[in-house]
Design a protein around this ligand. Structure first.
Ligand SMILES: COc1cccc(Nc2ncc(-c3ccc(C(=O)NCC(=O)Nc4ccccc4)cc3)c(OCC3CCNCC3)n2)c1
Length: 335
């Protein structure tokens, strides 16, 4: 069947998410036992949206960052596209906030700095996310955040018309210029969404909310929200600068990265550069793979740097993700 290739390398388990035309299953990589997420799409169901999946795969190949879920492997068959992606055992930030009611300022700041790091990185690479919300921020097993774009919203920065009702669920995180259908800049809209995210982290509820979408739009366009008494003056000031209705008056990414509230209690500014770029290979992972595949390190290096996003790419990134977390992944001798 169409699943033969993917099943030869992964043991597919329960479905952990489904949205639109994608289904995500938990799976284990047979060779290493590592957990992965397998996003399964049917080309027939995708229809005209198929190019967006290709765009998403291109984006993920370019966006390799410590706070973005890594694409490990792509398997394409006649009717299916399988994307093997980094699995986050901690689940969604959304559930984490709900479980804790709301976060202390210091914990909110820790997460917010990681979100800033991921979003500054994708903006630097010429992308905007456009659907920043707690459901698209996952926790790994060290309580670090990984940004994902489950709903295929991420696109090149230029303001492409996005009809909210078609593209994503709740507009609660969408910027005023976006909900009013004006031309907008993706990067500026992302800053607003991060403001809504920060508010949700600090308050445990949304700044703009309503059961009726039309009323919700009005509240977003008005830009008025409650400031609960537990918010510090610093938090209120930062939220005010991010939730500016006029995108030109909104704080920029550059200003955010050095903002006193963001820097408070931390040694430096937010490090948004990638620690795992593909152009500087991890030699220990290469050595481990060379032994496993019975190649010289040079040959292994050459094979990996072709980035075919096949089994070799998956094994490299799986080893790298464990290396970054300080635990060595030993590949068992090949059968
Ligand atoms: C333990 O219980 C739990 C409970 C819940 C989840 C988990 N873990 C867990 N790990 C990994 C995933 C995953 C990662 C990436 C993608 C993806 O589609 N990437 C594409 C992508 O990120 N593009 C992109 C990124 C940045 C810029 C541009 C493009 C798809 C799925 C997952 O999914 C489940 C869904 C469920 C619905 N809400 C969203 C997550 N879940 C674990």
């Amino acid at each position: 069947s169409e699943y033969d290739v993917i099943r030869s390398r992964y043991h597919l388990k329960e479905t952990i998410g489904s949205g639109g035309f994608a289904k995500v299953k938990l799976a284990t990589h047979l060779a290493s036992g590592e957990k992965v997420a397998v996003k399964i799409m049917d080309k027939r169901a995708l229809g005209d949206d198929l190019p967006r999946v290709k765009t998403e795969i291109t984006a993920m190949k370019e966006l390799v960052h410590q706070h973005i879920c890594t694409l490990y492997e792509v398997v394409e068959t006649k009717h299916k596209i399988f994307m093997v992606i980094e699995y986050c055992p901690g689940g969604e930030l959304f559930d984490y906030i709900v479980a804790k009611d709301r976060l202390k300022e210091s914990e909110a700041r820790k997460f917010f700095r990681q979100i800033l790091s991921a979003v500054a990185y994708i903006h630097h690479k010429g992308y905007a996310h456009r659907d920043l919300k707690p459901e698209n921020l996952l926790l790994d097993d060290d309580q670090n955040l990984k940004l994902i774009d489950f709903g295929l919203a991420a696109r090149p920065k230029g303001g492409m018309e996005q009809h909210l009702d078609t593209c994503c669920g709740s507009p609660a995180y969408a910027a005023p210029e976006l909900v009013s259908g004006k031309q907008y800049r993706g990067a500026e809209a992302d800053i607003w969404s991060m403001g809504v995210l920060l508010y949700a982290l600090l308050c445990g509820f949304l700044p703009f909310d309503d059961d009726h979408v039309a009323t919700l739009y009005k509240k977003i366009l008005k830009g008025e929200y409650e400031e609960p008494r537990w918010l510090s003056d610093g938090s209120c000031d930062l939220l005010k600068q991010m939730l500016q209705i006029n995108p030109k008056k909104r704080i920029s990414m550059e200003e955010l990265l050095i903002h006193p509230w963001v820097k408070k209690g931390h040694s430096g500014t937010v490090h948004w550069n990638s620690k795992c770029e593909k152009n500087n290979l991890n030699t220990e992972c290469i050595a481990e793979m060379a032994e496993y595949y019975g190649k010289t390190k040079d040959d292994m290096m050459t094979i990996v740097t072709q980035w075919h996003y096949d089994e070799i790419t998956a094994v490299y990134f799986l080893l790298l993700n464990n290396f970054v977390r300080g635990c060595r992944l030993k590949l068992p001798p090949r059968s």
